[in-house]
Structures are given as structure tokens and as C-alpha cells.
Design a protein around this ligand. Structure first.
Ligand code: NAP
Length: 243
């Protein structure tokens, strides 16, 4: 699935799933703009592992920063064919103990961030009459999870937004899809207590956590020309967890 001559913006590209996505798209020939929140060293490392990539620091929850990110990406490459909304955070707690600030922050980064980026990208893609928008949701957005009401709400929101945008943009040759990963080995899951990880593992038919590379493979399909007749879909990459 070659992407020669195409340009991709990958938010959350400095670490975890986003890093593997940036590497995968780059290996297929795309020029990649790696957007990240603040970890300069990690972003630089991802860029070094790509063939042709630049790093741009941009907090996706900041509307003005996102607009600047896309202006910069256009200045560097002149077009944007692929957007991967991968930036995300968790701030877990039971609803009774969850602060409004923690609810707000997770919604701002995960849902509003995807909205701001998708809006900027789709403006550019509409003019090009071509585009691929892929957002990283979660199995938690489909099924809910105790202790993650804010995260689940943000990820369910991403799915609703994906389906709506797919309908809005279909006639202009822009596809919009989402990935719902299960439990993937990254910094995000490394901080979970061992007993919680063990409980989660028991619910995965494959009996193991997924690798960021395995999520990147599915994202590559949605990012490619080969997925031309697929839009508004949510693909679980979860070892069978949600079956
Ligand atoms: P991760 O290893 O913690 O990496 C998070 C990435 O998001 C980093 O690149 C980080 O940048 C970036 N980021 C965080 N806040 C940001 C902000 N405000 N603006 C811009 N970038 C920001 O996470 P991950 O596990 O790879 O998760 C990637 C995506 O997959 C997230 O949307 C997550 O919800 C989703 N997901 C993960 C799992 C899992 O099991 N890991 C499962 C389902 C869904 P810095 O490096 O600069 O901090």
C-alpha cells in the first residue's frame, strides 16, 4: 500500500501508537508531519526513525495552535492527504470522584482535539478532492469502562463525529474512519496497576496485549488508496476483546 508523494499529519506522533503510525506511513513513502504536545526528545526520535518527517509542537486542545500546525504543515509540503488523530490522554477516576477539570481536559484533548484537526484538514482536503481522515477511538468508547467515564465519552464522541464527517465528505473523495484499539502496550497502559492489567488480559481472547505496530497496520489500510470504498467505519484492533 504505497503512499508515495502523499503527505500525512499524525497527531500524538511522538510516542506509542502514533510513533508506529508515523514510521509505517513513512516506510510506505509518505512525508510525515509529527505533531506532539511537549516531549521534544520523543518526537525527534520518531522523526529519526522516519524517512522524511518534520516535528511540530502543537497542543491539539488549543484551537489556535491547531490552525498554526496546519498552516505550517501546508507551508512545508503544500498539501495534506492523510490526517491521523492519535493524540490522547487519560485521567481516570470513578464518576463520584472525578473532577470537572479532569472530565473537561480529557474531552478537550481527545474529542475537541480531533475536531479541530479534522476541521482544518478537511478544508484542505475538500480543495484537493482527496483525503483520508483516521481517528483513534477505543474499545472503551464502544463498551464503556468503570473509572473511565470521561475517556469513554470522548472516544464515543470520536465515533459519532467520524460517522457524521464520513457522510459530509463522501462526495468529495474524502473517507473518514476510526480505529478502536483494545489494550495496547504503550506508555499509556504501562502506568496501569498490575492487577488491573491482569484483569484486562483475562478478557482478551488472544491472551496478550496488542503492539502499537499492529494498530499502525490497520491505520495504514484506512490511509491508503486501497480503502477507497470504505468510510464511516470503526475497526476494532483488540485481539477479540469486544467480540
Ligand atoms: P501515549 O503513548 O501516552 O502517547 C500519547 C501521545 O499523544 C504522545 O505523542 C503525546 O505527545 C500526545 N499528546 C498527548 N496530549 C496531547 C495534546 N494535548 N496535544 C498534542 N499531542 C498530545 O498513548 P498511546 O497509547 O500511544 O495512545 C494513542 C492513542 O490511542 C490515544 O488517542 C489513546 O486514547 C488511544 N488508545 C490507546 C490504547 C492503549 O491501550 N494504549 C487503547 C485504545 C486507544 P507527547 O509525547 O509530546 O506527550
Amino acid at each position: 500500500m504505497r503512499l508515495d508523494g502523499q503527505v500525512a499529519v499524525v497527531t500524538g506522533g511522538s510516542r506509542g501508537i502514533g510513533r508506529e503510525v508515523a514510521k509505517k506511513l513513512s516506510a510506505e513513502g509518505a512525508k510525515v508531519v509529527i505533531a506532539y504536545a511537549g516531549n521534544d526528545e520523543a518526537a525527534k526520535k520518531t522523526a529519526e526513525e522516519c524517512r522524511d518527517a518534520v516535528c511540530v509542537k502543537a497542543d491539539v486542545s488549543d484551537e489556535a495552535a491547531v490552525e498554526k500546525l496546519f498552516e505550517e504543515a501546508m507551508k512545508i509540503n503544500g498539501r495534506i492527504d492523510i490526517l491521523v488523530n492519535c493524540a490522547g490522554i487519560t485521567k481516570d477516576n470513578l464518576v463520584l470522584r472525578m473532577s470537572s477539570e479532569d472530565f473537561d481536559r480529557v474531552m478537550k484533548v481527545n474529542l475537541y482535539g480531533s475536531f479541530y484537526c479534522s476541521r482544518c484538514a478537511s478544508k484542505i482536503m475538500l480543495k484537493q478532492r482527496y483525503g483520508r481522515i483516521i481517528s483513534v477511538s477505543s474499545i472503551v468508547g464502544l463498551r464503556g469502562n468503570a473509572g473511565q467515564a470521561n475517556y469513554a465519552a470522548s472516544k464515543a464522541g470520536v465515533i459519532g463525529m467520524t460517522k457524521s464527517m464520513a457522510k459530509e465528505l463522501a462526495k468529495r473523495n474524502i473517507t473518514v474512519n476510526a480505529i478502536a484499539p483494545g489494550m495496547i502496550e504503550t506508555d499509556m497502559t504501562a502506568v496501569l496497576p498490575e492487577n488491573i492489567k491482569d484483569e484486562m488480559l483475562k478478557t482478551i481472547p488472544m491472551g496478550r496485549p496488542g503492539k502499537a505496530e499492529e494498530v499502525a497496520e490497520a491505520i495504514l489500510f484506512f490511509a491508503s488508496k486501497e480503502s477507497s470504498y470504505v468510510t464511516g467505519q470503526v475497526l476494532a484492533v483488540d485481539g477479540g476483546m469486544a467480540v
